[in-house]
Design a protein around this ligand. Structure first.
Ligand code: CA
Ligand code: CA
Ligand code: CA
Ligand code: CA
Length: 404
């Protein structure tokens, strides 16, 4: 069987996890608040993610209380699979997991995208960071077998194979498709074989997986300057298939640092790669599932792609897929609310729409942070129950309006 390789490059300097979680509009920020997923109440609460990787040092301060179950199929001997809590002697899996669900420790700086999500720790990669695709497949099979027992809904694959698999028909890709057919959402790293085209790796090329390329967020929260990294693998898939699916920050991301052969504490480390981009998308999927647990894997995928922000060439392209992941829009779409982007001041014509969308609790939260100027005073919107529509009603984003 061909080797499975970690998709990770050497770190450079700069951006932080606390920037990238803001860039994807999960965490609140000076730029995007109050229009972020956390601020409308979605933090991935109790969504269970299986991380198939090098194991996870879940005793790390950022990951305490996350562990639900574990499985180790990384051993060399047949029949050595064990249901245990695997140790991470490499560091890759611990870092990846922190991007998904870190609580950030006491000062909460390095929170993951879905800080209330839970972990199933599936070790498919040996401690030297390489293993066989057979073990990856075994890990996927174990998750399928145990998904109901542990309530697993998502698989994060920041691992890839170096096998040629343009059509997504290799054994790992088939296993990824099988997981989706069994109701799981599979998010997989595109690989770090760019910048050439047709460099995607298995199983990210699997038709039903969500294939993620890596962006550099340029150490700014603003998404405008986010750009594809040179190393990120590019599409298309075989026969021009529209792969990758989506892009996310993955360059110079700070996350939890594992301790080799021991218990991790609270240290951090920077890593880069599509391995680090993938868990950003996984975290957003956890937010989506909390918002609407009834969505099927294909509906979640469609939701992600529909709400991604187009980058590069107009429409789908080989670098960004359908664009950069957007947590706030994805959550709003999952809630099926009459979404509008409140970045811009609302016009008077918007009032009827506003009246409509404040009818639901979640919709009310979507407009938190605005103020309505009315004859006789200003109403700060915290949780609206009724909005009276009158011609003279003016509203504004809180703290961004100067009264003449
Ligand atoms: Ca562990
Ligand atoms: Ca360890
Ligand atoms: Ca940026
Ligand atoms: Ca595009």
């Amino acid at each position: 069987m061909p080797h499975v390789v970690m998709v990770e490059t050497q770190p450079e300097i700069h951006p932080l996890l606390d920037t990238s979680t803001k860039s994807v509009r999960a965490r609140g920020s000076s730029l995007y608040s109050p229009n972020t997923a956390w601020e409308v109440g979605y933090t991935g609460k109790d969504i269970v993610v299986a991380v198939l990787d090098t194991g996870v040092d879940d005793e790390h301060e950022f990951l305490k209380g996350k562990f639900i179950a574990g499985f180790d199929c990384s051993g060399p001997a047949p029949g050595s699979d064990r249901e245990i809590n695997p140790d991470d002697l490499d560091g890759h899996g611990t870092h990846v997991t922190s991007i998904i669900m870190s609580t950030g420790g006491p000062d909460e700086t390095y929170k993951g995208v879905a800080p209330d999500a839970k972990l199933v720790d599936v070790k498919v990669l040996g401690d030297v960071g390489k293993s066989f695709s057979g073990q990856l497949i075994r890990g996927i099979e174990w998750v399928i077998e145990n998904k109901d027992k542990y309530n697993i809904t998502i698989i994060n694959l920041s691992v890839g194979s170096d096998i040629e698999d343009p059509d997504g028909t290799s054994a790992p890709s088939q296993a990824a498709n099988m997981a989706v057919e069994n109701g799981l959402i599979v998010i997989a790293a595109a690989g770090n074989k760019g910048p050439g085209t047709q460099t995607l790796t298995a199983p990210s090329v699997a038709e039903k997986a969500i294939c993620v390329t890596a962006l550099d967020d340029m150490n700014t929260i603003n998404r405008v300057d986010d750009i594809i990294t040179s190393y990120s693998s590019r599409g298309p898939g075989g026969n021009g298939a529209k792969k990758p699916d989506i892009a996310a920050p993955g360059n110079n991301i700070i996350g939890a640092r594992a301790v080799i052969a021991g218990n991790a504490s609270n240290e951090i480390i920077m890593m880069s790669g599509t391995s680090m981009a993938t868990p950003h998308v996984t975290g957003v999927v956890a937010l989506i599932l909390q918002a609407n647990p009834n969505l099927s894997p294909s509906e979640v995928k469609q939701n992600l792609l529909n709400t991604a922000e187009d980058k590069g060439e107009t429409g789908w392209d080989v670098d960004y897929g359908w664009g950069e992941v957007e947590a706030y829009k994805a959550v709003a779409s999952a809630l099926n609310v009459d979404f509008r982007d409140f970045d811009e001041p609302l016009s008077t014509q918007s009032l009827l729409s506003l009246e409509k969308i404040v009818n639901g609790l979640i919709s009310q939260l979507l407009i938190t942070g605005y103020e309505i100027l009315m004859p006789g005073g200003i109403i700060t919107i915290i949780a609206v129950t009724t909005v009276v529509v009158i011609d003279t009603l003016v509203y504004r984003k809180k703290d961004e309006f100067t009264i003449p």
